[in-house]
Write a protein that binds this ligand. Sequence first.
Ligand code: NDP
Ligand code: AKG
Ligand code: MG
Length: 741
Amino acid sequence: MPTRSKIIYTFTDEAPALATYSLLPIIEAYTASADIAVETRDISLAARILASFPEQLGDKAVADHLAELGALAVTPEANIIKLPNISASVPQLQAAIKELQAQGYNLPDYPETVTNDAEKEAKARYDKVKGSAVNPVLREGNSDRRAPLSVKNYARKHPHKMGAWAKDSKSHVAHMSTGDFYGSEKAALIDAADAVKIELIAKDGTATVLKEKTSVQAGEILDCAVMSKNALRAFIAAEIDSAKAQGVLLSVHLKATMMKVSDPIMFGQIVAEFYKDALTKHADVLAQIGFNLNNGIGDLYARIKALPAEQQAQIEADIAAVYAARPSLAMVNSDKGITNLHVPSDVIVDASMPAMIRDSGKMWGTDGQLHDTKAVIPDRCYATIYQAVIEDCKANGAFDPTTMGSVPNVGLMAKKAEEYGSHDKTFQIKADGVVRVTDSKGNLLMEQAVEAGDIFRMCQTKDAPIQDWVKLAVNRARASSTPAIFWLDPMRAHDGVVIEKVQAYLKDHDTSGLDIQIMAPVDAMKYTLQRTREGKDTISVTGNVLRDYLTDLFPIMELGTSAKMLSIVPLMNGGGLFETGAGGSAPKHVQQLVEENFLRWDSLGEFLALAASLEHLGVNYNNPKALVLSKTLDQATGQFLDNNKSPSRKVGNIDNRGSHFYLALYWAQALAAQTEDAALQAQFATLAKTLTENEATIVAELNAVQGKPVDIGGYYHADAELISKAMRPSATFNAAIAALV
Ligand SMILES: NC(=O)C1=CN([C@@H]2O[C@H](COP(=O)(O)OP(=O)(O)OC[C@H]3O[C@@H](n4cnc5c(N)ncnc54)[C@H](OP(=O)(O)O)[C@@H]3O)[C@@H](O)[C@H]2O)C=CC1
Ligand SMILES: O=C(O)CCC(=O)C(=O)O
Ligand SMILES: [Mg+2]
């Protein structure tokens, strides 16, 4: 079969992986009838760990599917459906390694501190798997995320719950006013291809190379910035007192997954300041047991188990004293006593801030009740947009999903643009001095004064992605007759250069009659919110971080979840990457499946991505059957929404599996009804009939399993057979699908 008729469906983690066991057999059966091969590649955290240690694993070694897909993404043939995957923090990575070791895989432990070459090598390999290690590899294009009209209409007809906002809500965002990345950003525009060096010149004159070579291209923007450790600590200390004085919860919102080097360090500093009294008192023993602040206070609780009971009790008592003296922390799980400061990846800003805004500006306290909160987002680059939303909600009340407009996003993302590509150029500084960025001739491009403990980071933004992004923005504005706002801050050195480029590249396009503006983020937010309240749509055209933040914020307000987004990445070399939704892998959903055999995951994002992927195949490779499948899938999705067949949240109604049955039913009916392709029509007529006649039986078989625990034999690397059995419990449905193939 020629490669062009191939769709790659990624196998990932947690809830989307579970859903795949139910949905993929349906997709495979339907597409086979149009001679389209759907192949899977495993990019789950477990598979990526295993692929990193081929030598140790012998006949259990697995191929590196992510590397394969990374190579595919830069070819015109690429047609990849990408489900959300885990971006692992260190505690998650350690848990996954432990599970795999227990299953008999001969993997080394994750060495937190390195004492020999073997550990150094193992740590380097694991660090490649850590954090957001998948998306930047596949995202060889910019991002186009929006709610299709059918989805928007569905939300208007079936609005989700939005918590009311009180005018006197005490919730607010707290950010630094000096010493942060925002305040220190510098930028340089590169004239000609070269390689730059980053080095630290300490006060005593010693030079340490931080990164010898970073290749740069003509027209590329470099920027660098510093987060001062001392300024961060002083800021946090003051905010802890302020939260206590105001009687609000203290919450911290970072992106320790995507920003895997900088943000865990910031998280660690917040943990250090909050638990200062207890941590200082027990500093020696905590160092002995290897407690790592950056992994959160959960790491302390895990490690003190190794201590004698008495010593353990003393540390616990001193921590309890901290809780008594400090403001209450926002809770991740109040039943289990898990606070916001337990694990760096439990509260992730893109999803956590919208969830708080949806819940009347409140978060959960230790008492299991919602309370006003101080939301600490230290750096000013993006914190201020959330305060603008909060102020708007305080003044005008919660947004109304039945009337509010929509905010699609066109995001600059390709070639590891901006902060999200900065990991290999981010360093915690060891000595006071100056960090210098120089070109290959030794000319100084940028420099930053630093102190020991500060975080220095450099970002790259290439020119071709900027040109492509401007083009995408103009195309979207034209195609949807909607105003487009570039969210760029002239006070930031990097954004200043981007603004010049945007102004120049807009001239390459016909923008007559279009409303395209450039605004600073807070102004853009206020303007957009005002239009949104008037029911008007506004395209946000943003850099990589705001792409991430806004495509959770607006969908969560408009649709209740970002799972319902269409999320396309037109790859710059002609291929297509179709992401499903804009949210994550919903770890809570796995717990619900295991406890009560109910999966709440909404696969609407997968349906939308599949239709877009089939359309791409049809249009680019002249495959009329793929177009018929795409069109009928769109119709089926519309009907699915009209009839409200999304998974419910609780046992008793259809879950993810039932929603897949209805999609299959409507899709088969649409295929049987179309007349463009007689062969497809004939083939699906029988299936449509079987599914229609057996609807009640199938739904009863699917729902009968709910309400009891189910064993899937693992979390990160669960048992495929057990999951498949759990996710395909209807013999009638399975037989009908099998008869098609
Ligand atoms: N593209 C990607 O690969 C992404 C991966 N991630 C990763 O996912 C993990 C969890 O991240 P987190 O920030 O907690 O965000 P999640 O989006 O996974 O979870 C937040 C909440 O969003 C809702 N939700 C998300 N998707 C769906 C869906 N399809 N159906 C129904 N509800 C959904 C649920 O909320 P509710 O209970 O309110 O219904 C869920 O509990 C992390 O490892 C993170 O790095 C995160 C974002 C994107
Ligand atoms: O890759 C990740 O870690 C998260 C990605 C994400 O949140 C997004 O793309 O919206
Ligand atoms: Mg996101």
